[in-house]
Design a protein around this ligand. Sequence first.
Ligand code: SAM
Length: 213
Amino acid sequence: MGKVGKLQKFAEVTAFSNCYERATELKGKWATHVFKNSNPITLELACGKGEYTIGLAERFPNRNFIGVDIKGNRIWKGAKYALENNMNNVAFHRIMIGNIEEYFAPNEIDEFWITFPDPQHAKKRKRLTNPMFLDRYRTIAKPQPIMNLKSDSTRFYEYTKEVIKEQNLEVISDNNDIYQWNDIPEYLANIQTFYEKMWLNDGKKIKYLKYKL
Ligand SMILES: C[S@@+](CC[C@H](N)C(=O)[O-])C[C@H]1O[C@@H](n2cnc3c(N)ncnc32)[C@H](O)[C@@H]1O
């Protein structure tokens, strides 16, 4: 079969049983209605093709993972892989992250991942680690949820560290060149996203921050 085009992916993804679109009816019900267990839920924000959602779900079968993005044609790849591999701990949700509290309830989320977000150099208010977004994430999370950020952008990484400092947040890991890190966690080295591969090809250093919100 040839390459699947963007429009076909849009059409297919809406019919995938593991994909949801602006599903306000699932607010507070992801454990009972989607995963049918009480395992902790990790959200991958701006997941693109969902490499972390899939890669972490394979490594941690006793946790649930939801990839969130606005672009259905990107979500398609991860969602199709999860369906073909009968992964019951994976779902995808097509929403705008700015409205995230409309789709998830207080205490519903345990951990967050953000990988290679648009750095939004000109627009602080659109940066996914700005204080306004952090407050939104806190609204839907258990107390002191973990945030993981992987980025190629030195400015975005430094900006996030400023927010961490201003809010006096606890940093668990901070590395500005992960492929030089002797004790790099396996999942950090071996799960690489579409954008990460592009930036690595350009010779960029990859940064990682893990902190408590
Ligand atoms: C640079 S791509 C990174 C994708 C993926 N994490 C990767 O590393 O390959 C940024 C992604 O963020 C998504 N995105 C940006 N802002 C968003 C928002 N406010 N709500 C939902 N998705 C958003 C875009 O659709 C895009 O897929």
